[in-house]
Write a protein that binds this ligand. Structure first.
Ligand code: FAD
Length: 390
């Protein structure tokens, strides 16, 4: 087999899944990760569809189930500014709709379950980033942030929507980043409600906020809002934006904002898709959000990132490591599907943040009827539940 020695940049869901499958097929992957460790828990994701089938092939369903059991959310209730319920979704019905192949799980838990399954076999270098890539016909010479350099047979950028590998070889992100007109912020705060089994959501025109218990007396928060493109850097500027946008909202927004100000753990980003023509250049390819980001509102980015990693490893395996065959085959297998899902995701993104009271009422109606006969298949299609993994 050719080209065994593979560097993966990014130990997120896609990079870890790729490492798992590459080492399974006899390659020797190494992962570098700019974070110091896996201690951040991230945000809550709905996990189903293609990613679930990949996790099943990896034999990790039970481990994920154990993690997911820590967040015993039974229902989703959407309330108005006076906490009056307007829409309810039953989590058990969601499971039934998805043939019991569904977990609500923290991104960090998904990562750490995959990490545990590969850490004995795959070398990891944390606190490390690539500073230069020399992509030559006979190998890729990479310089790291600690000044060392090393040659690899192949390099894979699995470093997310703001991919460093993509920036170095494809150029500035602005060429590929399609901003959809929303921002999101997430944090983990103390559970001042005491409630353990309900996910609460709240819409006001142009904003959405949700909270859910993640056990350990903690709540995960999610804020989404419509906006022009902002130039916000640093935590205090992000908190200022959230205060401006949500400061006058009803429900328990004032308490949520106060608690968010006290936490160190704030995720804040624009909602965008990544669209680029070629997912590979010479001996370097991209996987996950780096090339196929659907938007974080699509509810299937992690799942499709895992599918991408699985398919990339599969093509390299089938081609005995010949990247000239494997990289285009991987792109051809996945890109049309991603373009299709990106189109659907653009449509869905708007319903996360209704613009006015009529749209809020329609969203509540859609949520209340999602599991009724006649609406079930539409809901299933909208959330991209169809798996592409055989
Ligand atoms: C709020 C929110 C909610 C979401 N909800 C869902 C959901 O319900 N369902 C779902 O399936 N998906 C969801 N997603 C999307 C999902 O989280 C992403 O699609 C998924 O994490 C992409 O995985 P990835 O490995 O490609 O990228 P990432 O998860 O971004 O991982 C990239 C990794 O690369 C590392 N990295 C970055 N730069 C460098 C560098 N220079 N050098 C080395 N390492 C680097 C990062 O630290 C990170 O570990 C959500 C996302 C957000 C933000």
């Amino acid at each position: 087999m050719k080209n065994r020695n593979i560097l993966i940049s990014g130990a997120g869901i896609a990079g870890l899944t790729l490492a798992y499958w590459l080492q399974k097929w006899g390659f020797s992957p190494t992962i570098i990760e700019k974070r110091p460790d896996f201690h951040d828990r991230g945000y809550m994701i709905d996990f189903y569809g293609s990613g679930f089938d990949v996790i099943q092939k990896m034999g990790l369903v039970e481990k994920l189930q154990e993690r997911s059991n820590q967040y015993p959310v039974k229902k989703l209730i959407f309330v108005d500014r006076n906490a009056k319920p307007h829409a309810t979704l039953d989590v058990e019905k969601m499971r039934e709709l998805l043939d019991h192949k569904y977990f609500p799980i923290l991104r960090g838990d998904l990562e750490s379950v995959i990490y545990d399954s590969v850490k004995g076999d795959v070398p990891f270098r944390f606190n490390t980033s690539i500073t230069r890539i020399d992509n030559q016909p006979d190998g890729v010479v990479v310089e790291f942030s600690n000044g060392e350099s090393q040659q690899y047979d192949l390099v894979i950028g699995a470093d997310g929507i703001h991919s460093n590998v993509r920036k170095q070889l494809w150029g500035a992100e602005s060429q590929f980043n399609r901003f959809l007109g929303f921002y999101v912020a997430c944090s983990v705060i103390d559970n001042f409600l005491g409630n353990e089994d309900t996910f609460y959501g709240h819409f006001e025109p142009n904003v959405q906020a949700t909270i859910f218990s993640i056990g350990g007396n903690q709540l995960a928060t999610f804020f989404a809002f419509r906006s022009e493109k902002l130039n916000v850097h640093g935590r205090s500027a992000q908190i200022d934006v959230l205060t401006n946008v949500f400061g006058s909202a009803g429900w328990i927004m004032p308490q949520l904002l106060e608690a968010t100000k006290r936490t160190d753990d704030l995720f804040f980003d624009a909602v965008a898709q990544i669209q680029l023509n070629e997912w590979h250049k010479g001996r370097v390819a991209l996987v996950g959000d780096a090339c196929q980001c659907l938007t974080l509102l699509a509810g299937q980015g992690a799942s499709m990132g895992m599918a991408g990693a699985y398919l990339l490893a599969d093509e390299l395996h089938k081609a005995d490591g010949d990247y000239k065959i494997a990289f285009p085959a991987y792109q051809q297998r996945l890109k049309p599907e991603i373009e299709h899902r990106q189109k659907d995701a653009r449509g869905l993104a708007g319903s996360f943040v209704p613009r006015n009271n009529l749209e809020i009422a329609l969203t509540h109606f859609f949520l209340n009827t999602a599991f009724l006969p006649g609406f079930r298949s539409l809901f299933k299609k909208q959330i991209g539940a169809r798996s592409i993994i055989k």
